[in-house]
Design a binder for this molecule. Structure first.
Ligand code: SIN
Length: 330
């Protein structure tokens, strides 16, 4: 039986349009609708029963928590409907890893959810979007993709939503998983997995997804970027502005300059959970100085600051604290 693949279009460069086919910057992201995108890859209809809808037409740097939650709610609805065998999401690359991680956190089914994007606008010479859409549909329709959480497919490679990050500002091979590498590839139409995908899996993802998708927005959890001579002033500022959690992107193994550490420790004392992540793109953030443990900071493990932020937002909504997060990230 042919697989039923539903495509959700969010905009991005994959739907971008430029006046000149040689232009790969200075275009309008999200300008083209889903029908136009699919018209460039008629082969997808040979692979599966394709349906689709336009959920947004945005440059993904502008995505709001409300739009991320709306996407998560629609994915949840589709997964529960019994009417799809796979979901493909076309999304801008700038925040693709964030939406992918949020969806992965809330993923409760064995049905593949695959996110793709493109680095060159749809109007460009050698646009990468059409092949990325074709590969994403192939992966979403593959039996081997079941029960692997949310997958990111671009440039013929398959990545885990938990590990993938946008490494290059401009290159088409921008999506990489610096810890562990890609988990599979699509070679000339053949889907091949060579590693498993999810590291952390919420045992109660179905109820967490219900709780989160009933929200209209997410709590204010800023990321503070560590640097030399950080005097902790920004920690005070975000607290005054109602931060309900803080992610500190520290140096190396999540190291925090002393004055900022003092302010962050005071935040934890006041009931604001703090995750230590890293400005380094690879390696794990693990237990470091004893004072971090005593202060109650949470080490982010393999999560980069942007993903750690989403996890912390979800934890705040669900009333989970430091101990729960430490257990989850172990
Ligand atoms: C965006 O993220 O929407 C623009 C950039 C891109 O998709 O590559």
């Amino acid at each position: 039986m042919r697989k039923r693949i539903h495509i959700l279009a969010m905009g991005g460069t994959i739907a971008g349009s430029a006046g000149d086919s040689a232009a790969t910057t200075g275009y309008q992201a999200g300008a083209m609708g889903i029908e136009e995108l699919l018209a460039a890859v008629p082969q997808v209809r040979e692979l599966a029963e394709i349906t689709g809808e336009q959920l947004a037409a945005i440059d993904s740097k502008d995505i709001t928590a409300a739009q991320q939650l709306q996407l998560a709610a629609r994915v949840r609805e589709l997964l529960l409907s019994g009417e799809v065998d796979g979901i493909v999401i076309t999304h801008g690359t700038d925040t693709l890893e964030e939406s992918a991680y949020l969806l992965d956190l809330l993923h409760f089914a064995d049905i593949p959810v695959v996110i793709t994007g493109a680095m060159r606008p749809a109007t460009a010479l050698s646009a990468d979007g059409p092949l990325n859409i074709l590969d994403a549909v192939r992966v979403a329709a593959a039996d081997e993709a079941r029960d692997r959480g949310v997958l990111v497919v671009l440039n013929n490679t398959i990545h885990s939503a938990q590990l993938v990050t946008k490494m290059s500002a401009t290159a088409v091979e921008t999506f990489q998983s610096p810890n562990g590498g890609a988990i599979g590839a699509v070679n000339d139409g053949e889907v091949c997995f060579y590693q498993s995908a999810q590291l952390h899996h919420l045992p109660n993802a179905l109820s967490v997804s219900e709780k989160l998708t009933s929200q209209k927005e997410l709590p204010y959890v800023p990321i503070l970027y560590g640097h030399s001579d950080d005097d902790g002033r920004l920690v005070k500022l975000v607290r005054e502005n109602g931060a309900q959690g803080i992610v500190y992107a520290g140096m190396g193994n999540g190291s925090i300059p002393e004055r900022a550490e003092k302010e962050l420790a005071a935040a934890v004392q006041a009931g604001i959970p703090v995750i230590r992540s890293s400005t380094s793109v690879s390696g794990m953030v693990v237990k470091a100085e004893e004072s971090y443990e005593q202060a109650g900071f949470i080490a982010s493990g393999l999560l980069n600051p942007r993903k750690a932020r989403l996890l912390l937002q979800a934890a705040v909504v669900c009333g989970k604290g430091t101990a729960d997060l430490r257990n989850f990230l172990r």
